[in-house]
Design a protein around this ligand. Structure first.
Ligand SMILES: [Zn+2]
Length: 360
């Protein structure tokens, strides 16, 4: 994992106060008065700014003498579950596809009714819904992402159970009709990145979707994709998702500037035209809505360009983050402004590094 430049202390402190999930995994906050470190999304009482230190990874926080918070469990891959659930959750981790009977749950010394009450109270789901969600959404497909504590923590930030209600609604609450209507199947999986996990969806020929998992736009994009392709989504891995994961990882490490994974630009002719133009913006450079509108031979269409930009379903690969306002302001970004800023800084730094290397 490359060293990630941290945002300013003020920015991180504000994110901490908001419990902003966009920052989860980006930094960890240690509290000098308690000796504990947390994720930014921790539900514990927020510390005073003068009492906090920020770390870009859990290993550094531990090395500085802090211990992991028991509430937000920055080290814990399994997320926040009470101890009496551990035995059951362990089995679920071992075999996520298993279909549990009440008797089997009881055989672990756990009362099924209590399990359901806990899931209902904490996540608004029954245990069976949770399992179904897990099976189908694959939201926990990447529980074990390696021994690197930073990687584990990045994953853990999103793989906690609290993400499940959201995931469930996202994947099923809004598109229940699509589960059994036949049609194409898109394989869906999560790809961990230093800026939080992304959702990727691909068939055997093309990558169709790549977006940060916590974005509201994701839901809309999935609906549109479902409608266009008449497809349903199933969790898992395929060749193209693996290729995407590899290339995305290389992008974040600074060793990749262009993507080779085959992509599908399903959209209106205008959207396709804009997306093609976006693909031509070089790594480490930016363009503006106005310039793109001119390039599309429709100089007055910069608003429509902005919309087509926002409709991009392939974050990073179709580099809509390289479009800024003509006054130099960052402008918007579907994946969150913070990520746009990070990626631009990252690309500038890589390009600068290359230039200085060339100069040597
Ligand atoms: Zn905490």
């Amino acid at each position: 994992m490359s060293t990630i430049p941290l945002p300013t202390d003020d920015e991180m402190y504000q994110a901490l106060l908001r419990s902003d999930s966009e920052y989860d995994g980006l930094f960890f906050v240690a509290v000098k008065t308690t000796g504990i470190f947390c994720r930014p999304t921790c539900t514990a009482k927020k510390p005073l700014q003068k009492n906090v230190s920020f770390f870009s990874n859990t290993a550094d926080a531990i090395a500085a003498g802090y211990r992991a918070c028991k509430r937000c469990r920055p080290l814990d891959v399994a997320g926040m579950t009470p101890a009496w659930l551990d035995a059951l959750m362990e089995q679920v981790d071992v075999d996520p596809l298993r279909r549990w009977t009440n008797q089997e749950i009881r055989s672990l010394g756990v009362d099924p009714a209590r399990v359901n009450r806990w899931f209902k109270a904490n996540h608004g789901l029954t245990f069976l819904s949770y399992l179904r969600c897990r099976r189908l959404a694959g939201a926990l497909a990447q529980l074990s992402v390696g021994d690197d504590p930073t990687t584990v923590a990045y994953a853990a930030g999103y793989e906690s159970l609290s993400g499940f209600r959201d995931a469930f609604q996202k994947w099923f609450g809004t598109t229940p009709g699509q589960i059994d209507n036949g049609g194409a199947v898109l394989t869906v999986n999560r790809i961990p990145t230093p800026l939080g996990p992304m959702i990727a969806a691909a068939d055997n020929d093309h990558l169709h979707l790549l977006e940060f998992a916590d974005r509201r736009m994701l839901e809309t994009q999935i609906k549109r994709l479902s409608a266009r392709l008449k497809c349903r989504f199933l969790p898992g891995d395929n060749r193209l998702i693996e290729q995407t994961a590899r290339e995305v990882t290389e992008y974040f490490s600074g060793s990749r500037q262009d993507f080779n994974v085959p992509i599908c630009l399903l959209g209106t002719p205008f959207q396709q035209q804009i997306w093609e133009l976006l693909l031509k913006i070089p790594y480490g450079e930016t363009s503006s809505y106005e310039r793109l509108a001119v390039a599309a031979q429709n100089p007055r269409a910069h608003r429509a360009v902005g919309r087509a930009n926002g409709d991009n379903r392939l974050a990073i690969i179709i580099p809509c983050h390289r479009v800024v306002r003509s006054d130099g302001q960052l402008g918007g970004y579907g994946g969150g402004l913070r990520r746009k800023e990070w990626m631009l800084r990252h690309e500038f730094a890589v390009v600068r590094g290359e230039r200085s290397n060339d100069g040597n």
